[in-house]
Design a protein. Structure first.
Lengths: 113, 112
């Protein structure tokens, strides 16, 4: 049972375009939604996170859009650069679930120059 | 800088053998986690702990045991390794359930 679903599995965009990565979840008690990125041969690292007190979180070129009603959230990477090429994981956790952070299956992003 | 150290970095084990993966953190974090990474499945939580001498089951605990003898150390034990346990294993620590996870470099385990 996959509680956090991610799409697409892979995505290729040209340099300068906006990459859009999508996630959906089932558990309505989830209240924390981070995105991690992982470069080849490296460990995952936190990129940006949102708590649903708002429906948008920005950090430079990275923006999370959150839709509580539809149980969806997405990561938009504006002005994509070749250095953004990595695997991106969305995740979710709930206040009543202790420390459990559930990850999606990942999106492999390739940015072509 | 957060520091999570895993050992070994890679290991080849035989089916049915015992494997112990170790993790040490110097972040003074209460929470520690073991995740498994397989292509197409992302990161799946095996076991986690929020206090020494206590562990909790994650989403895929079957075939794994965990041990947290101190705040700094968290081990993952495969008593009877199986082919299906071939994967990359990541240890992580965090200050709390809603805080950033800091991952170790990973252990690549191959069970033959």
């Amino acid at each position: 049972q996959q509680q956090v679903r991610q799409s697409p599995q892979s995505l290729t965009v040209w340099e300068g375009e906006t990459a859009i990565l999508n996630c959906s979840y089932e558990d309505s008690t989830f209240d924390y939604f981070p995105w991690y990125h992982q470069f080849p041969g490296e460990s995952p690292a936190l990129l940006i996170a949102i708590r649903p007190v708002s429906n948008k979180k920005e950090d430079g070129r990275f923006t999370i859009f959150f839709n509580k009603r539809e149980k969806k959230f997405s990561l938009h990477i504006a002005d994509s650069q070749p250095g953004d090429s990595a695997t991106y994981f969305c995740a979710a956790s709930a206040s009543n679930a202790g420390a459990k952070l559930t990850f999606g299956g990942g999106t492999r992003l390739t940015v072509r120059p | 800088e957060a520091a999570v150290t895993q050992s070994p970095r890679s290991k080849v084990a035989v089916t049915g053998g015992k494997v112990t993966l170790s993790c040490h953190q110097t972040n003074n974090h209460d929470y520690m986690y073991w995740y498994r990474q397989d292509t197409g499945h992302g990161l799946r939580l095996i076991h986690y702990s929020y206090v020494a001498d206590s562990t909790e089951k994650g989403d895929i605990p079957d075939g794994y045991k965990a041990s947290r003898p101190s705040q700094e150390n968290f081990s993952l034990i495969l008593e009877l390794a199986s082919l299906s346990q071939t994967a990359v294993y990541f240890c992580a620590s965090s200050a709390g359930g809603k805080n950033t996870l800091y991952f170790g470099a990973g252990t690549r385990l191959s069970v033959l």
